[in-house]
Each structure stands twice: as C-alpha cells, then as structure tokens.
Design a binder for this molecule. Structure first.
Ligand code: PNS
Length: 164
C-alpha cells in the first residue's frame, strides 16, 4: 500500500491545496495531509484550527487523513510509513524554495522521495497569504477558499480590526 504525505502550513487551506490533495488521492492508496510548523511564517490559525478546517473540506475524500505535527516532516513521514512527500508546485517562484526543502528532506532521510504536482492553471497565483491580504483589504475571497474557511478568515479580520 502506497502512502503519501501532503505537507504544508495550510494557514488556512485554499482551493489550490484542495486540488493538490484530491489529485494525490487519485494516485496513492492513502494520503496523509500533514499540518506542520513553518518557522518562517507567523500563522493566523492554530495547528488545531488548521487541521479542523482541513478535515471539514476533505471530508468527501475517503483515502485522506489529516494530522498535525510540530516536528520534522521526514520524521512524520517515517512514523506513518509514507515513502513519498507530495507538494504542489506553482510558477517559477516556488521552485528554489521547494528544491531546497526536497534536497534537505532527502539528506535527512534518503528513503523518502519528494514528488511535485504542477498546480492547476486556475490556482497558479493562489496562496494563503494572498487570500488573507485580499480579505484584510475588503476584497471578496469566496473564489479562493470554501465557505467555512472564508467565514473563519472573516472572523479573524474582524477581531484584528477591533484590536486597532
Ligand atoms: O505551506 P508551506 O509553508 O510552504 O509548507 C512548508 C512546510 C510546513 C512543509 C515546511 O516548513 C516543513 O516541512 N516544516 C516542518 C519542519 C521541517 O521538517 N523542516 C525541514 C524541512 S526543510
């Protein structure tokens, strides 16, 4: 049985992530979506909130599981007997960063391979940060995220404006 890990910070999950998760779920017997810590980002959502949202929006995909983890991605993969890491690759901007992570992970555990799925054309520009920025500036974020995610982003934006 081939198990793959789809890692990310998912702060929060967008239609771009969901597309990659769905496509990975067609290739592998089991896909574990790992919600991890990216030390370079300051998240809006806790690990638990991010995993909860992912559970809601992937509930219709039977071979997908969601888990949170605050350690190394390769340790998470080994613990779950996953031999492949699947990541979505957007335009050129992602390449260097993803390449660096893939090589680091391979050095840490050479038994785990990283595979990239090219993002769908309609999600080429999409990122959680862009969605939060559009929301903060009053734009409509419903084309980018499911309704339950949009609601949670708007709650955070309201809380932020009250703190000002
Ligand atoms: O969605 P992101 O923020 O691009 O995902 C990056 C993530 C969370 C996959 C990466 O930061 C990660 O793997 N974090 C876990 C810690 C780790 O293993 N670091 C070394 C790999 S470079």
């Amino acid at each position: 049985m081939a198990t793959a890990v789809c890692p990310g910070s998912f702060d929060p999950v967008t239609y771009g992530h969901i597309d990659i998760i769905k496509r990975a779920a067609k290739i592998f017997d089991k896909v574990i979506v790992a919600v991890l810590v990216n030390m370079e980002k300051k998240p809006w959502f806790t690990l638990e909130e991010r995993t909860d949202l992912l559970r809601k929006v992937t509930a219709d995909i039977p071979n997908v599981e969601i888990a949170g983890f605050d350690g190394l991605l390769v340790d998470f993969a080994a613990k779950h007997d996953a031999s492949v890491i699947v990541k979505g690759l957007r335009a050129v901007s992602d390449f260097e960063y993803e390449f660096q992570m893939a090589l680091t992970n391979s050095k840490l555990n050479h038994r785990i391979e990283t595979m990239f799925l090219t993002t769908s054309a309609e999600n080429m520009y999409l990122s959680s940060s862009i969605v939060k920025q559009v929301g903060l500036l009053g734009g409509d974020i419903s084309p980018f995220v499911p309704e339950c995610v949009r609601d949670e982003i708007l709650i955070r934006i309201n809380q932020r404006s009250k703190l000002k």
